[in-house]
Design a protein around this ligand. Structure first.
Ligand code: 4NP
Length: 152
């Protein structure tokens, strides 16, 4: 059976589009479906932030065709796993859950892998460097997720 994974951040233009593209590039599309969403609706319908598109392109990933959407309660039904980037995303998503099963689907992305850092910081107001380090953090966690899901 296909495992459905949703990546969630605040705006769905910086971090979660990278997480979607990176995980997608590492998994068998017949086994894993990946999508992303934001807890806010400020950028609905937009493509990812140009700095996320640029850092992804540097690593041969094209995330420019992604389209921003807002996280909703239906996502708890539609997805098996919901990975959030930071604690604030976690609280915003959990606040929309209806039961324990839905809550157990939600995890911090960096809880996967062996990172000492627990949150993917919001790079929106920073410089290009922030996008590079965010890419590396997400890539590390997605490597661990893909290794597990590809053997399922
Ligand atoms: P993201 O970054 O949650 O990684 O997509 C942000 C994008 C936009 C805003 C904040 C964070 N914003 O305030 O518009």
């Amino acid at each position: 059976m296909i495992t459905k994974v949703l990546m969630v951040c605040l705006g769905n233009i910086c971090r979660s589009p990278l997480a979607e593209g990176i995980l997608q590039s590492k998994v068998d599309p017949e086994k894993v479906f990946v999508d992303s969403a934001g807890t806010t609706g400020y950028h609905i319908g937009n493509e990812p932030d140009r700095r996320s598109i640029a850092v992804a392109r540097k690593y041969d990933l094209d995330i420019s065709k992604q389209c921003c959407r807002k996280f909703g309660a239906q996502d708890f039904t539609d997805f098996d796993r919901i990975y959030v980037m930071d604690q604030s995303n976690y609280e915003n998503v959990i606040a929309q859950s209806k039961n324990e099963l839905e809550k157990t689907k939600v995890k911090l992305l960096l809880s996967e892998g062996d990172s000492d850092i627990v949150e993917v910081p919001d790079p929106y107001y920073g410089g290009e460097d922030g996008f590079e380090s965010v890419f590396q953090m997400i890539d590390h966690a997605c490597e661990a997720i893909a290794a597990e899901l590809n053997t399922k």
